[in-house]
Design a protein around this ligand. Sequence first.
Ligand code: FES
Length: 139
Amino acid sequence: MDSNPAACETGQSGNRTSGTTIIVCISCRDASGSDAHPRAGEKLAEDARRAAAGQPVEVRTVECLGNCKRRLSASILHDGAWSYVFGDLAEDSGADLVTGACQLANAEDGKIPWRGRPDSLKRGLVARIPPLTLLKDQS
Ligand code: FES
């Protein structure tokens, strides 16, 4: 993991970073399964907040993302873009999450590009979910 996230394209024309949110599960435990606080998920949330400082990325928390078997879990959401769920993260994956959030915000097609994506967000991908506005089927 890189300790410095890629910068979002703030202040440039075409900036689409508003509405970019990282949601970290603060209930996730480390490999020991310990209930002690701060939990590994809380540490990841704090690391993500540190990495997001000065970036137009909001870090929020929840108590479960329903991805408990994949250990440390987080999601990245952006208005009008695909939503991502990741697992198998580490307590210091905050910068990777912010990099992914910026990549998503800057992506023309609403998807985090594979090329240049942090390894933890490649290995840890659980699912991506399209926004209803991008569905191409007829219902
Ligand atoms: S406790 Fe973290 S995903 Fe369920």
